[in-house]
Write a protein that binds this ligand. Structure first.
Ligand code: SF4
Length: 361
């Protein structure tokens, strides 16, 4: 027990020393980002949800477009689904934007259009977990609460040279509490952001921390013991399921056929080019279409593309098919290339094929 006490005392000693140099570093090095220069609750919330699965550089143009189209919670609550999905097109994990809207509607009804301030009230909203709630409460409302994401877990486990599994909820809880204990009362939001920023710019993942550029170089136990690049410890990832697919871009009289995916599961309710599981050769593809009663005038390969989701991988082959027009069944629509551009959200899995199309009017 005494060894354990000594260790935790030692770790608190290290952690207690980090806010000063970290905030100083943050003041001079932090990136200027639109949600940082104007950290209103709505902007912080949308940015945090966007950044959950997306890199900052990729999110920036989306964020600006989103704010221009839906400048406040009331506008988000009322937006038509097609507009929402179009604004999110290509970002993936579309349940994020659906939950944003559900939460916005709840905020309108329950909180008079103002995001609540308390951690537990924020967590009660759809799509807002412990991390996002902490980020909103600390950054937008100046509360002394932690916001511990993967970046912060990595930084803290390296600082403490912790070899414990950071995916273990108990370990996460402990690290979160350790961060909570050292948040300065004056600048809680900046402190949380400084930890995240350090993880994003210096204490890089995949064994590549830039320790010689780090303001915590001399404090960091992982660096001093030369084990930082081995941390954090995570259990091995499960292999992704591989599902080969054949995709058809059916074209008729300058229009393309889109299919709306089922309302549950992967890419729920989003538009796609129709397709089926398995890889078909060009001859097999032509035969399959003929059997479905489609009168094909020409068929050509649009090549291959593999799209990787978090748990599934789709190696796809794709055929562009010119055919005689036929009525679109339920959940299908014929659209012009311009409508595809402006109106229908096409997930990035299918974009390479859309770019390779040769359309004849
Ligand atoms: Fe990360 Fe290295 Fe800084 Fe430690 S010294 S926090 S390992 S970058």
């Amino acid at each position: 027990i005494s060894v354990h006490r000594f260790q935790s005392h030692w770790m608190s000693e290290i952690l207690n020393q980090i806010p000063g140099p970290l905030l100083q570093w943050y003041d001079s090095r932090a990136r200027v980002l639109p949600w940082r220069s104007q950290p209103t609750p709505y902007r912080v919330w949308v940015s945090e949800i966007m950044l959950q699965q997306t890199r900052v550089e990729a999110a920036l143009p989306y964020f600006d477009r989103f704010m221009a189209a839906l400048p406040d919670i009331a506008a988000l609550a009322q937006a038509p689904e097609a507009q929402l999905l179009k604004l999110w097109e290509g970002l993936g994990y579309y349940s994020r934007v659906r939950n944003l809207q559900k939460a916005a509607r709840q905020v309108m009804e329950q909180w008079g259009g103002m995001l609540p301030q308390k951690l537990e009230d924020l967590i009660a909203l759809p799509g807002i977990g412990e991390y996002s709630a902490g980020a909103i409460a600390s950054i937008a409302y100046g509360q002394r609460v932690p916001a511990v994401d993967g970046n912060v877990l990595r930084v803290v486990s390296r600082l403490l040279a912790s070899r414990e599994n950071v995916m273990d909820p108990k370990v996460k809880r402990q690290l979160r509490q350790q961060v909570w204990d050292i948040i300065p009362a004056q600048r809680p939001g900046d402190f949380n952001q400084s930890l995240m920023e350090l993880g994003a710019l210096v204490c890089l993942p995949n064994g590549k921390p830039l320790c010689s550029d780090c303001p915590l170089e001399n404090l960091c136990l992982g660096n001093r013991l030369a084990i930082a690049q081995e941390l954090p410890v995570k259990p091995p990832k499960k292999a992704r399921r591989v599902v080969p697919r054949t995709v058809f871009v059916l074209c008729s009289q300058g229009r393309l056929l889109l299919h709306r995916r089922p309302s549950r599961g992967l890419l729920a309710s989003l538009w796609e080019f129709p397709g089926q599981d398995g890889h078909l050769s060009l001859e097999q593809a032509a035969e399959t279409l003929a059997q479905a009663g489609i009168q094909v005038s020409s068929i050509a390969s649009l090549g291959e593309h593999t799209h990787i989701f978090s748990h599934v991988e789709w190696p796809m082959v794709c055929y562009q098919v010119e055919c005689l027009p036929f009525p679109a069944a339920e959940d299908y629509v014929w659209c012009t290339p311009q409508q595809l551009q402006e109106q229908y959200a096409l997930p990035s899995a299918f974009r390479p094929f859309a770019q390779r199309l040769h359309l004849t009017p």
